[in-house]
Design a protein around this ligand. Structure first.
Ligand SMILES: *Cc1c(COP(=O)(O)O)cnc(C)c1O
Ligand SMILES: [Zn+2]
Length: 388
């Protein structure tokens, strides 16, 4: 297998960097850097029919991932999660084609595993030995697991109110758990501080190009699992936005590869009422979001007051003709309960937010009864016992 990873490119100013350097953010403008591939060559050499014969994990898309030598892959079996047809729930909500991609099946019970598998593999390829990350919870748990598997040292910075399960999964590994008095952004300052001081590699959301590549595989999977078709809408619970921008990037890559054609899905960005910087920016038709002053929600993954990739998330929403709306914490719990009662799936609160959002979007006329609607359940309800 050969990766077509060719270079890094700034999403803002277009500056190009070699694929062989561990660059994190743009050295000119400090914005987000993306991994780029030689898609022309891949188009002529890689057929989408090869994937069905490969193992059911995200590394089946190795050609479109940034690791050059497959011996460096650090895998716990992440990806290729099921897409459930949620007919009982769909009937109840008035949606005849409701799909739930269930990311709780991932190692460490959240989709953060995808990003960390990609990033830890790449860091191993660079021969870097120590990592730091700020995390609302699940990213820390995932990094601790992948670093353990790779034999690397990791330092996790979490706000004190991070879910107990995520604190425990970090503290029982070899990782160091630093509980921070403040929000995820405060944890970020400490994480990058340690990394800068000690020459470690910091994996803050979208402040390095590799986690988004892992999360992008959700987009490849959605297409492959639906017979190389895409749904009419994708509803995504948004925090730092790696997943929504990753899926959008995957859609563009697959078009360039000639693997999909036709209408792109509308991308819907869902946030909590108590922390909705992107929804506020969307309502103001802005491309950048103002930091949210006092983020408050039980959905730790969405407790992100400001995102470096705000313009990438909002671009995806605007370009796709989607929208951005909020859900309250009570609504999240109500829909977590509804979904387990009707479908047997124990969603995380973030996943519950997408179910509630599908109802709201239907009522608002932003999606239609017969549309195929795909929700991302980004993690397991079992990691949130104290709030459910
Ligand atoms: C991190 C996280 C999110 C938000 O994901 P982003 O891609 O950073 O927007 C949503 N749900 C859960 C469970 C998470 O852990
Ligand atoms: Zn730049």
């Amino acid at each position: 297998m050969k990766s077509y990873f060719s270079h890094l490119e700034c999403t803002n100013c277009g500056k190009i960097y070699p694929s062989t350097e561990p660059i994190r953010t743009c050295l000119s403008c400090s914005k987000v850097i993306y991994a780029r591939y030689d898609l022309e060559q891949a188009k002529s050499e890689v057929s989408k029919t090869i994937f069905s014969s490969r193992a059911p994990n995200m590394w089946r898309y190795f050609e479109l991932l940034p690791v050059l030598d497959n011996n460096n892959i650090v895998s716990l079996g992440e990806g290729f999660t099921p897409i459930h047809k949620a007919d009982n729930l769909g009937d109840n909500l008035g949606l005849s084609n409701l799909l739930i991609k269930d990311e709780s099946f991932n190692p460490t019970a959240s989709f953060k595993a995808r990003g960390m598998s990609a990033a830890v593999s790449k860091v191993k390829e660079f021969n870097i030995k120590e990592l730091t990350v700020p995390s609302a919870g699940n990213a820390g748990g995932a990094l601790a697991a992948y670093a353990a598997k790779a034999g690397l040292q990791s330092h996790i910075f979490m706000p004190q109110d991070a879910p107990e399960a995520t604190q425990k999964e970090v503290s029982i590994t070899n990782a160091t758990l630093n509980l921070v008095d403040g929000f995820i952004n405060d944890a970020g300052v400490q994480s990058r501080g340690l990394a800068n001081e000690k020459g470690m590699f910091d994996l803050s959301t979208l402040q390095e190009p590799y986690r988004a590549e892992g999360k992008k595989t959700m987009g490849y999977e959605i297409a492959e699992q639906l017979g190389w078709n895409l749904p009419d809408a994708i509803i995504y619970p948004t925090g730092g936005g790696t997943g929504i921008v990753g899926i959008w990037k995957a859609i563009k890559e697959m078009e360039q590869l000639g693997w999909i054609s036709g209408k792109r899905p509308k991308m819907f960005c869902i946030q909590a009422e108590g922390c909705a910087p992107l929804v506020q920016a969307f309502n103001q038709k802005s491309r950048f979001a103002k930091a949210w002053a006092n983020p408050k929600t039980i959905a730790a993954g969405m407790r992100v007051p400001s995102a470096i990739g705000d313009y990438l998330i909002l671009d995806a929403v605007y370009e796709s003709g989607g929208s951005a709306i909020t859900v309250t914490d009570d609504e999240m719990i109500e829909y977590v309960k509804k979904t387990i009662a009707m479908e047997g799936l124990f969603l995380c609160p973030e996943g519950g937010a997408t179910v509630c959002a599908s109802k709201k979007l239907l009522d608002l006329g932003l999606i239609n009864e017969k549309d195929s609607i795909l929700l991302l359940n980004t993690g397991s309800g079992f990691k949130y016992m104290e709030v459910i």
